[in-house]
Design a protein around this ligand. Structure first.
Ligand code: 5GP
Ligand code: MG
Ligand code: MG
Length: 181
């Protein structure tokens, strides 16, 4: 197990690069099967999901489109509950099979607030693919279709996820060390 310091906090390895990549391949296989013969539109949520979206998308063998939107609700290690859209959607979702790609679902507030806006455009279907899910932190009911890993309610960084802007470049996922919470 290795330790890494991001700003003032120490984190230790929680999921290795190998664990993450193997799980992403399985998720892509499930999606390939479910969307056979369809042409889904994937919507990656920036910033956190950029690395997961890229790796997941590489393993898709179906015809698919991808676009990105930018939403933010987190400051430091807490969700503010205030979801701000700073880059909006550039596609019409009417009649499309849509899959949201998100890095992590924590309280569920972000997607709970954002999904109705997408639904309003009447997509043919709307599913969620998320790399990490903290079931203990969930405050809003969400139907999550593809989950990479269910994890304990501890702050994590790496593989696209940041702590105040840093740590996104780490290839592994690190969990806040118990001693410095
Ligand atoms: P939610 O709205 O579900 O509470 O949180 C959604 C967003 O908060 C995630 O997409 C992610 O950007 C951020 N977030 C939630 N939990 C964590 C975490 O443990 N680590 C990091 N780095 N970001 C998190
Ligand atoms: Mg996110
Ligand atoms: Mg963040």
């Amino acid at each position: 197990m290795s330790l890494v310091t991001v700003h003032d906090k120490t984190f230790c390895t929680y999921l290795t690069e190998k664990d993450i990549q193997a799980r992403i391949v399985q998720m892509a296989e499930a999606i390939n099967k479910d969307y056979q013969g369809k042409k889904p539109l994937f919507i990656g949520i920036l910033n956190g999901a950029f690395m997961f979206a890229s790796d997941l998308f590489k393993h898709l063998t179906i015809e698919a489109e991808i676009t990105f939107i930018k939403l933010a609700s987190y400051k430091g290690m807490k969700s503010t509950g205030n979801v701000v859209t700073s880059i909006g959607l550039d596609h019409d979702l009417y009649g499309r099979d849509v899959v949201i790609i998100e890095d992590i679902i924590d309280t569920g507030k972000t997607l709970h607030k954002f999904l109705p806006q997408l639904d309003h455009q009447q997509p043919a279907s709307l599913k969620i693919a998320v790399l990490l899910h903290k079931p203990e932190a969930l405050q809003h009911p969400l139907n999550i279709d593809y989950v990479g890993f269910s994890i304990p309610n501890k702050f994590v960084v790496g593989f696209g996820l940041d702590y105040n802007g840093l740590g996104r470049n780490l290839k592994e996922i690190y969990q806040l060390d118990g001693n410095n919470e």
